[in-house]
Design a protein. Sequence first.
Length: 539
Amino acid sequence: MCCQNGNRTISGVSAFGLLLFIWASAYQAFGQTSVTTYHYDNFRTGWNSSESVLTPANVSGSSFGMLNTVTVDDQVDAQPLVVPGVTITAGTYKGTTHDVVYVATENNTVYAIDVHSGVILLKANFGSPVYYPLQCNNNGPNVGITSTPVIDPVGKTLYIMAYNQDQTTVNYRLHALNLGSLTDKVTAQVVSASHTLNNGTTYHFKAAYQRQRPALLLTDGNVYAAFGSFCDSSADQSRGWVLGWSANNLTALASNELVDTQATDGQTFFLSAIWMSGYAPTTDDAGNILFVTANSEPGSYDGITNIQESVVKVSPALNDVIDLFTPKNQEALDNTDGDFGSGGVMVLPDQPGSIPHLAVAAGKSGTMFLMNEDNLGGYNTSSNHVLGSYGIAPCWCGPSYYVDPADGLGRVVSSGGNLVKEWKVVTTPKTHLVKVKASGSIGGPNNGFFTSISSNGTSNPIIWALSRASSTNTTISLIAFNPDAAGSTLKEMIKLSAGTWPNYTGNSNLVPVVANGQVFVASNKQLQIFGLKSGGAKH
């Protein structure tokens, strides 16, 4: 069984996956787009190719601007999610139907907000957050819901991961919430796990030392979450985990992935955290899961019992490491805290040519690697066995992708440092990337940011970006670029204030969300909704 989703062939689709596909297609047929997961899809392209309202012509004009500001109760690290046509089944608005944007805060509060009026339809809190865990100063200071939730539109379920301060301990709880009421559909699952170390002893998951920052992944009937550390604190206790649960009843999968299974490494400095600046684990055509790991004890890497500084591909059952790529300078990255895992990995839609499956990833060192996703490259001390290496500047960030209408070829959009860079995907006679254009500086600290792409099919592409705050300017800016404008640089069309981020010691890992003629930006204690002031976003 197979079907087409844009340019991507989806083969071996499960019944669950096919229902998701049919549901999404039906919504597009009615002119509405849902955004139910981080960066739009499980390849993490960041591309909404069904945006028929916003174009370079009307976004660059004076009619585009802020429509509504909605106040929420704490800092928002998670990306907003959008679902049209939700029937509200509880509270004041019970029995009414709305196009809804869902926002989750670090106070463990989830909001359902009408996208047109900005009215809060539902609000639910899921327990006390944890205050300054391990005294890590790149938090809110509250840590509650950090990761982007994920929605099953068929089951009308919103999955969130809440971090709770209980009476005597801290715990993570995975919730499956009804979209229309924000109430638990099944009993929330307290996160627990264990894994055998290389000396035969058992290591247990310890919520006090693990930060759940990467966005959640929903695929083939399972929900997955990845875990890292708080500021590399308690490195003798914290390790990189990927855990999974059945989406139906939140039963934990039989296996899990612990990236560092070494019992000792000489310095009891384990980590190999999975954090990716909030970017989500990715899936490929076969349903395998990819992510990027961060630093550990220098010299402890062996690619088996410790897989730090690497792109890692694991099976959906989390019982097998299938493939990996580790840069040749992995020990130097460990020595300098130069996390490869500060950025996420994106799987490209199928490409023409002899290497159809590609992936890209970059980290703090500022090198973006183009990999054959079917053979990531392994580890070699003398050379990186990848398809190409490209300088993009330091990347606490993640890439995006779209297809350009001028030549019909794919584009990778990187966002390291202060620059957006656009790279053409060339597949003949050899597969490589060619830099097409770069932007001017978007401002803020020189450590990367996040982008999204909107287009109508392949026409009218727009690259959207959010700048980060600094000690001298806590304002976040929404910036839009026209990649097809004439000239050798990316043309900046707008730069609008889009919220604030007082906690500048902790990056604002925010993603602009474009859907149905509107742009959603969540930041510190607010959601801002942008669109055409003349009322162009009508359906």
